[in-house]
Structure formats: structure tokens, C-alpha cells
Design a protein around this ligand. Structure first.
Ligand SMILES: C[S@@+](CC[C@H](N)C(=O)[O-])C[C@H]1O[C@@H](n2cnc3c(N)ncnc32)[C@H](O)[C@@H]1O
Length: 156
């Protein structure tokens, strides 16, 4: 099973998802870094600071997980051998408790403001939704990440 963060917008959310991925035993995580959250500062001090902060923000997880940046998500998805399973804020998607995850699946998480774009949704093999019981539209992406990944590694 693999994980893809599509264009995260906020470092706290991205860091939290990296931390959760490592906590759940993933050795790697793919990130389409459209917002350049992973781009290292130019100065030596800036790079040292950001490495320190990355360790703090991820509680050390960055030392135990490979972060693989992808630059062409459409090409990446086209060659990915397993099912592409998107997480969507869409009641018509499979509800999480009803979905059976498989080991070769790639799980995709969208960006905070706009979610997964239509060009990516078109390439999905399946989509899952965490049903709401309240009035709030959707969950924070890092919260949904923890819920979906924990469920997925049990096989769903
Ligand atoms: C804040 S939401 C995006 C909201 C955006 N307005 C939309 O409709 O997609 C950011 C990401 O969190 C995840 N997410 C949030 N709530 C979810 C839910 N109830 N079910 C599945 N994924 C969810 C998805 O990966 C989504 O792309």
C-alpha cells in the first residue's frame, strides 16, 4: 500500500500526515509538492533550520520514512500498478466502513482548499468517503488521513 499527498497547502498538516504514515509503519510517502512546502531554503542556516523544524513537526518521523516528491502526478498515476483510491468529500463515494482496501492500493489525499482536482479524480479506480454525522462539511485533511490509513491497513 502506498500514500500520495496531492498538493498539501499547510506544513502543519503535511507534517502531521508524514508523522502518521511513519507511525502506521509506512516506509515511504509520495508527495506532489505543488505548493513547494518541501523546497529547501537557499542558505545553509535556512536548510539546517528547516531540517530541525521538520524533525520537531514530525516528532522525528522524517528520519524513518522516505519522502518521494513527484512532479507529474498524471504520469505517476498512469504507471502505478495498483488501484488508485481517492479520498473524496462526496457522499456518493464508497463509505469508508463498506470499502475493502487491498495491499497494492495507492491512497490519495487532496489539498486543503480544493481537494483532488477533476483530472486526478478521472484516473481513480475507487473513491472513499468518511460519512459525517454532524453539520460540518468535511474533516481536516490530516485527521481524515489518520482515520482512512488506520482503517486501510486493517484491510478495510
Ligand atoms: C478539507 S478537504 C477538501 C475540501 C474541498 N472543498 C473538497 O470538496 O474536496 C481536504 C482533503 O481531506 C480529505 N477529506 C476531508 N474530509 C473527508 C471525508 N469526509 N471523507 C474523505 N476524505 C476527506 C480528502 O482527501 C480531501 O481532499
Amino acid at each position: 500500500m502506498d500514500l500520495l499527498l496531492f498538493a498539501p497547502e499547510y506544513r502543519p498538516n503535511m507534517s502531521s500526515m508524514i508523522r502518521s504514515a511513519e507511525f502506521f509503519g509506512f516506509a515511504r510517502i509520495y508527495i506532489y509538492d505543488q505548493n513547494q512546502l518541501l523546497v529547501a531554503p537557499e542558505t545553509k542556516k535556512g536548510r539546517a533550520d528547516i531540517q530541525h523544524l521538520a524533525r520537531v513537526w514530525t516528532a522525528g518521523a522524517v528520519d524513518h520514512i522516505e519522502i518521494i516528491t513527484i512532479t507529474d502526478p498524471l504520469a505517476f498515476l498512469a504507471q502505478y500498478p495498483g488501484r488508485k483510491v481517492g479520498t473524496l468529500v462526496n457522499e456518493a463515494a464508497a463509505h469508508l466502513r463498506d470499502f475493502n482496501f487491498q495491499p497494492p492500493d495507492l491512497l490519495l489525499f487532496g489539498s486543503e482548499k480544493t481537494g483532488l482536482p477533476p483530472a486526478i479524480i478521472d484516473l481513480l479506480d475507487a473513491a472513499v468517503y468518511i460519512p459525517s454525522r454532524g453539520h460540518t462539511d468535511c474533516l481536516n485533511v490530516a485527521v481524515s488521513f489518520g482515520i482512512v490509513v488506520e482503517h486501510a491497513i486493517q484491510g478495510g
